[in-house]
Design a binder for this molecule. Sequence first.
Ligand code: ATP
Ligand code: MG
Ligand code: MG
Ligand code: MG
Length: 566
Amino acid sequence: MRTTQYLLATLREDPSDAELISHKLMLRAGLIRKQASGLYTWLPTGLKVLRKVEQIVREEMDATGASEVLMPMVQSADLWEESGRWGDFGPELLRIKDRHHRDFCLGPTHEEVITAMIRDEIRSYKQCPAVYYQIQSKFRDEVRPRFGVMRAREFLMKDAYSFHTSEESLEETYQVMYQAYSNIFNRLGLEFRAVIADTGAIGGSTSHEFHVLADSGEDAIAFSTGSDYAANVEKAEAIAPSETVPNASQEMEKIATPDAKTIDQVSQQLGMPNTQCLKTLIVKGSSETQPVVAICLRGDHELNELKVEKHELVAAPLEMASDEIIKQTTGANPGSIGPVNLNIPMLVDRDAAVMADFSCGANEDGFHFVGVNWGRDATIGEVFDCRNIVEGDTSPDGKGTLEVKRGIEVGHIFQLGTKYSEAMKANVLSENGKSVTLTMGCYGIGVSRIVAAAIEQNHDDYGIIWPDAIAPFQVAIVPMNMHRSHRVAEHAEKLYQALTEAGFEVLFDDRKERPGVMFADIELIGVPHRIVISERGIDAGNYEYKHRRHNDKIDVEIDNALTFLK
Ligand code: ATP
Ligand code: MG
Ligand code: MG
Ligand code: MG
């Protein structure tokens, strides 16, 4: 590729609206441009990288025996009614209407569509396990799109789904996917860890996330120093008290809308007695505070809007966190606690035993807490052993202590069971002729997020340093003053041709630019190998070689340049 015929689109200045280094560099290196909040155009260089990531993912998926399909991005509400998610999904689902006023949504994920397809196409146990995947744009109306393509609204995902007639078969495919994911992140050249996705599922986990390790990661992950134990400490300090908490679960129950400002309004909206809207939180202050019980509402982040009239936190021992303690400590009947006294932006999975390290707080300065754990529904009257995962804790498997690092979630695999297949009646005939409900797994990879994650892990002050496997170009040719020197131009053209023929992707900087400008651009874009051609070098029989990761420059004999790069 000649730079004169190519959209380099590099920027000198740091874009003011980008906080994360990968976001800045993706804009500066001309990889992406913002169209609107959470929506990006991939420019040529960015698209080259994205396609490389995609191809590695595709090859490893194909190697598992999964078949590629392509499902529609626009999905009919009817399917979502069948699964029950049309009502449940919450505001991340972008709902649209066609000209006939029929309801549709932009697919945030494709369980419904694939389950409908399987229901129609797969009839017999002999066709199982049935494993399909696609690489496609997803849309999620994220409450806070940010960090560029890291948390976009439209983004590229690889999503795979498997269907089985037995648990064993599901577990087998799950293991195959786990291995495929490890292969993918190894091939991408990224430092990653697979972690148990839900700390509530410590015993017998059915879900793993794959994290690229980076200090800027939104998730906290706990590693044991004494074993392979690693788990996600759900969304910790990333959430400042005044911010909303991202969707913690799709298993949520009903949600109240932001105009519900009191517990009574919430209970009215949810159609349940207000005792059931109460949750008990075990709140731990930063370090020295005693465990305290606080009252909050179940709801999703929209309840963040809930206005607090009065702050009320009461100290109580963990085991007393029940209706009784609410009564004792606040003097109120749990059923009649009003004006609600906490502003807790939170959506909680009723079944999740532990969701460590949320932040919460009242609308009152000095009453914000980090490291909040979720207890169980106060109305059930039972409290889990809720504790913060903090550095130095004993690992749950008893081996070693926990170390906490930050990670970027780039993949997530899940044993779903029969949630969708049951609701949508995806059955097959078993060996003995009986109809059985299929058991399902799903497996996602954030293809576009990987590009940003790779940059978070691989950059310096000058720009991106691509892992070889996903570099947009392998070699850059930088000729010195080739518009004034015939000799330099001739050598550059010849080398460009030879390298291209040898299968290299070459960026040939044939602009009339000062060397400094060219070097800066090539470094910013992160091309791994750079060849400089100059009069002086040619006189000495050499080109100058430099690797993006190293500082030293090496003279390479002109005739050996090709073999050197190979
Ligand atoms: P997150 O916790 O970051 O919101 P998620 O758990 O909601 O992600 P999944 O439903 O597990 O996401 O989707 C599979 C993968 O898709 C994630 O592991 C992540 O890599 C990617 N992904 C999810 N949301 C986004 C987004 N808004 N922008 C880019 N990639 C995303
Ligand atoms: Mg999410
Ligand atoms: Mg997640
Ligand atoms: Mg996930």
